[in-house]
Design a binder for this molecule. Sequence first.
Ligand code: SAM
Length: 239
Amino acid sequence: MSWTATILTLFPDMFPGPLGQSLAGKALDAGSWHCDARDLRPFGLGRHNTVDDTPCGGGAGMVMRPDVVDAALAAVSRDDGAPCVYLTPRGRPLTQADIRRYATGPGVTLLCGRYEGVDERVLEARAIEQVSIGDYVLSGGETAALVLLDACVRLLPGVMGSAESGVEESFSDGLLEYPHYTRPAEWDGRAVPDVLLSGNHAAISRWRREQSERVTRERRPDLWAAHLSNTTRSSVQEG
Ligand code: SAM
């Protein structure tokens, strides 16, 4: 069985969406992964298949009912140990380490919220992982699910063109990637750094490492601090 994404959503037609194109689309056509988007609506209650209700305690918006979400999750439940993930701005930040973990397993079940989100009890009862794709609020979990899937699918065996492209990229070693250049050697009065045209592979590696460190330090002090503390910890362990 290929790597499978089971997606619970009120908008199943949003899948595979952009993931039907390019690398992910080719991999989908080749059977390297499978996209199974399921509609939450039929699990809704009454004549209108209602999936939401007003928030206890008052306030704006609607909340997705726990009984409806639970019935839908039970109907799509998998016995292959695939993690179940709820996309929510209240979740812990999604990282490349999570993506690697999801990509190396049998797949994922993704729960996409709408309205004010999902009743907390079903998330607790089913011990669902809660992850956020960033500190901003989307109108629904579907675009967040597409982001998570895109990041996973490109890591599946045979999906990326060159095996190397996954090894040296941003976050692979806790740092952001160095800048890239291509031809022409000079464009708009700006030259490609001499070292990259020198053919000296050791010097190129050194330059790239320095650039990686500089960009991480300047743009992501949080990643830089984590990198420094990991480096210190491993040198203490080695010493
Ligand atoms: N009331 C919620 C809050 O303030 O945390 C926001 C609900 S949002 C309008 C509706 C749905 O979009 C959420 O249930 C979640 O599934 C999804 N969503 C919104 N922002 C997200 C983010 N940054 N990461 C992941 N999912 C997100």
